[in-house]
Design a protein around this ligand. Sequence first.
Ligand code: NAD
Length: 357
Amino acid sequence: MFKNIAVIRGDGIGPEIIEQALMVLNRTADLFGHEFKYTEVDMGGCAIDKWGEPLPQAMLEKCTSSDSVLLGAVGGSKWNDVPAELRPEKGLLKLRAGMGVYSNNRPAKIWPQLADASPLKKEIVDKGIDFIIVRELIGGIYFGEHKTVGDTATDLLKYSEAEIERIGKIGFETALKRNKRLCSVEKSNVLDSSRLWKKVMHRLADEYPDVELTDMLVDNCAMQIVKNPAQFDVIVTENMFGDILSDEASMITGSIGMIPSSSLGAGSCGLYEPIHGSAPDIAGKDIANPIGTILSAAMMLRYSFNMLDEADCIERAVEKFLDDGYRTADIMPIDSKDLTVVGCIECGRLITENLTK
Ligand code: NAD
């Protein structure tokens, strides 16, 4: 199969981790007889330096005309002083909106090999952590009007029934493919937009009688994720709540460097990226963990290209890397004698070597 993949290396550790994911993709293509063509796209700080804006229209078009997009990360303190509308993160918002990817899917799953890396108590981890956060990605407060008049600033949080319904359906469909439990998270005791959210979710529930729907207030959910994460199967929530809860959920699984994500809209073209940022503090030191990016590439094969065996093959290769006792610095326990710490490049090489049909 031939696929055209738009590749955004971005800033900070972005280029380092993307390089490893491309190596894994190339080997997977060889093993399974596919051809992946990579179209390089400038986005973020590097695009500001080169083109004067974080995502020029021509770059966005390269993404929307591709079969899917693989992104490293963007941003860094170098661009802190550029005007708000030109910041690197604006490129990311423009990309998500331009691609129409309204559904962000972030798994929070603990790898048994990394159970010690979770900051939670062992008895909580032992009950299991394996849930997915489905986050609305192109609406809500991040996309509402932002305004500062004098000494007062406002940000508008707005959702329509149609916007809630389309992400709600993704939540129910995701639950159907898993353990059929969906938790809808909102703040309906305070916000009108959340009351609408709850109403639409319960209306949708009639279409999915096999899924058990529960409601939870976002502040309680933040607490429950650390108190009893095993209770969750699928969480569906709006943009900002999902942003915050998914970072919290990633941390309890050990390291932010391990977690992939997919963002999809109406078609099969998706945006795949690790959930972390550009980590400027470790950029260029060959210590970044590329596994979140490599697993994002696996998600791309599974969800956008329907290459299920190929995705399994990549995930098995990551598992073997961990089973063989290798760790990048971020997932290395302080006092372990049995494990070997490796850099970003060596991690990519070992995982590539592990790929077998
Ligand atoms: P960050 O995720 O970049 O880093 C947080 C901490 O996690 C740092 O200590 C970092 O070293 C560590 N870390 C992150 N990824 C790692 C990896 N793969 N391996 C090992 N350690 C890793 O968050 P931040 O420091 O708040 O943000 C840095 C920049 O990234 C900012 O400009 C921010 O706006 C941007 N950002 C971009 C994205 C994106 O491109 N999708 C997402 C979040 C933040």
